[in-house]
Design a protein around this ligand. Structure first.
Ligand code: PMP
Length: 314
């Protein structure tokens, strides 16, 4: 048995959104052999549509495919499929400043396989949906530290966007939401002292001029927003440290924030850990606000793209 690398993904078709057929024996349904990505298309003021660093999503999918013993589309195939999907749905991309189009690439073992093993066939598909501005609904997040479950451990799949990483989070997330929290904060599985990440976001802690965030060495997801925010923070003369951050340190920070494609940058208003709740000062979103302004400015074409991050679609 060997990992499949031969799929060429060159047979393309654009089809209306709808159900797809899958064998009950497919690798994705039985063994969770699947990966997804998430990115957004924004409309510029002049009507042009922009993608933000889509090749980074392609690279992350490639790394995930290797881990899950799957073939993956080339960077060009990935970006081209994303562009074509956005173009075919161009009229659904919201106007400038009114939201974005969320694009979801999905790679899965679609072939039938009865015993545990890599699927004999793979499907790469992309779908899209318009989404409103996250910050219209929710400005800052109340996090609760999850005490019972971990999201990822050393040697596992936390560092890739495996579909199977998300169902183990649902129990904790549902409990947290039922108690009025916005999201869960997972601690490291080895010691329970260090922060990992939220259910779908990376976490940053701010003390003075220094911004700290856990290193992306295989346990947390290497967020594309995370990576971009680190770069922006450095250009704005903040000190950035990628190192293990304890939960105590986060709770003692001046400010804390989350990053991810959905929220872009969202300030954290409170953290609750073992029954103790700390609130960050209401004005304490100065750093995250500055970083968000810069990042969204680049993503929406309001600010000059000096890093070469945006890709024009139309
Ligand atoms: N961590 C997890 C677990 C996620 O699901 C996401 C969302 N993709 C992130 C972090 C943030 O990654 P990105 O900035 O690439 O959206």
């Amino acid at each position: 048995m060997k990992c499949s690398t031969g799929e060429d993904f060159s047979q393309e078709s654009l089809i209306p959104y709808g159900n797809i057929e899958l064998s009950p024996c497919s690798g994705i349904l039985n063994y969770g052999q699947g990966l997804f990505e998430g990115l957004k298309a924004y409309r510029k003021e002049d009507g042009q549509i922009l993608l933000f660093r889509p090749e980074q999503n392609a690279l992350r999918m490639k790394a995930g495919a290797e881990r899950l013993c799957m073939p993956s589309p080339s960077i060009e195939q990935f970006v081209d499929a994303v562009k074509q999907t956005v173009l075919a749905n161009e009229r659904w991309v919201p106007p400038f400043g009114k939201g974005s189009m969320y694009v979801r690439p999905l790679l899965m073992g679609s072939g039938a396989i009865l015993g545990v093993g890599p699927a004999p066939e793979y499907t790469f598909l992309v779908y899209a949906s318009p989404v409103g501005s996250y910050h219209k609904h929710q400005r800052s997040l109340n996090l609760v530290v999850e005490e019972k479950h971990h999201r990822a451990s050393s040697g596992g799949t936390g560092g890739i966007k495996a579909v199977a990483n998300y169902s183990p989070v649902l129990n904790a997330l549902t409990r947290a939401k039922a108690q009025g929290f916005s999201d869960v904060l997972f601690l490291d599985a080895a010691t329970g002292k260090y922060i990992d990440e939220g259910s779908a976001c990376n976490i940053f802690s701010v003390k003075g001029n220094t911004i700290s965030t856990p290193p992306a060495h295989g346990i947390i997801l290497p967020g594309i927003t995370r990576k971009s925010i680190i770069k922006i923070a450095l250009t704005l003369d903040y000190q950035v440290e990628e190192r293990p951050v304890t939960i105590d340190e986060l709770m003692d920070a001046d400010e804390a924030f989350c990053t991810g494609t959905a929220m872009v940058v969202a300030s954290i208003s409170s953290v609750t850990h073992q029954g103790r709740r700390i609130e960050y000062k209401t004005q304490a979103d100065a750093v995250s606000q500055k970083l968000r302004e810069t990042l969204t400015g680049i993503q929406m074409g309001r600010l000059e793209d000096t890093m070469g991050w945006v890709v024009e679609v139309n």
